[in-house]
Design a protein around this ligand. Structure first.
Ligand SMILES: [Fe+2]
Length: 332
């Protein structure tokens, strides 16, 4: 099928999660992790990192069930909203155009239920927020700087790779063998990724990755959670990834949504940037020090909501599971 030109996507910008206890979520995301509150209503919190100049990197909305309501990308020009609408309409997916003001801090948006089953949103216009980068006096917790990436669980990683290739994304790293693509990392901004795919029952949101500048910020949030006897919210890490070379930790919020604090990946902006391909049998691919990946990291993920806010049905995994084929500690 000949597709119309895709929108020129700049970067992953924000996500919306539904949460069942907004006060508990505020204690986790704001008081412990250290996100900045840009605005709030009785049933929402709009949060951003300390480097971020747009209104939000994360919207938390009180809802009946935990879910991933939307993944938002900024586009380069107002005309890219028209291109986004035409692109997804040509794919036969449901789209909606929402006026400025529906989401605080951004202009008109286009939403679509993408072919992978996720609700994605595109916006161009943004009201810039107060610059807080050098307000070191305000920083807390992991001192999150900005949104880095979305990691999504899809039943067919190759189909996800092809969809995002059509959207103009570059490929930085993969986990694969001779027969299968088990995971892929794709980018628009010149870093390792804006979106990554993990194979499994989907669509589900695996995690939101937020950038911190230094590895001590990853360690500090672990110490804080330990001090408060909330160590059970540390799911995996801290450690060094093989893929991306990033230093990381994965945490679970009060509803089980997974968040990664992520630092020190690398530049990918040159033309023809070479792809780094990891063997599914290399135990360093998920953790460079060979530490086992905990089973919950492979099996648990957040439900995705459609344009109406209803949970999406799950499709089972099409390719063999990476953990069965690969060399993870808990399968040894
Ligand atoms: Fe990640």
């Amino acid at each position: 099928m000949e597709l119309p030109p895709p929108p020129d996507i700049v970067r992953a910008a924000y996500a919306e999660l539904t949460v069942t206890d907004l006060e508990a979520s505020r204690r986790f995301w704001v008081d412990l992790l250290g996100f900045v509150v840009s605005s709030q209503t009785p049933d929402t919190l709009h949060l951003r990192g300390y480097d971020e100049l747009i209104h939000q990197n994360l919207i938390l909305r009180a809802g009946p069930v935990p879910g991933a309501a939307r993944l938002a990308y900024r586009v380069r020009t107002p005309g890219d909203l028209d291109r986004a609408e035409a692109f997804f309409a040509a794919l036969g997916t449901r789209t909606a155009r929402l006026p400025a003001g529906v989401t605080p801090g951004v202009g008109e948006t286009v939403r679509a239920e993408d072919p992978l089953g996720f609700t994605v949103e595109f916006f161009h216009h943004a009201h810039y927020a107060e610059r807080l980068q050098q307000r070191y006096d305000l920083r807390r917790g992991a001192e999150p700087a900005r949104m880095d990436h979305f990691n999504i669980v899809v039943p067919d990683v190759r189909a996800a790779y092809e969809h995002y290739t059509h959207l103009g994304f570059g490929l930085s790293e993969t986990i694969e063998d001779e027969q299968e693509l088990y995971a892929a990392w794709m980018f628009r901004k010149p870093t390792v990724h804006d979106v990554a795919f993990t194979g499994g029952e989907g669509p589900r949101l695996h995690h939101l990755g937020f950038f911190a500048h230094e590895s001590h910020q990853v360690l500090r949030i672990c110490d804080i959670l330990g001090s408060l006897n909330q160590e059970s919210q540390i799911e995996r890490g801290p450690g060094r990834h093989g893929v991306s070379n990033a230093f990381y930790v994965y945490l679970r919020d009060p509803d089980g949504h997974r968040v990664e604090i992520y630092t020190s990946d690398y530049y990918t902006g040159d033309p023809g940037h070479p792809v780094l391909r990891w063997s599914v049998r290399d135990p360093r691919r998920r953790d460079f020090w060979g530490h086992p990946v905990v089973p919950s990291w492979y099996t648990e993920a957040s439900t995705v909501l459609d344009l109406d806010g209803n949970p999406r049905p799950l499709l089972s995994e099409k390719q063999p599971a990476e953990i069965v084929v690969g060399a993870d500690g808990f399968t040894r």
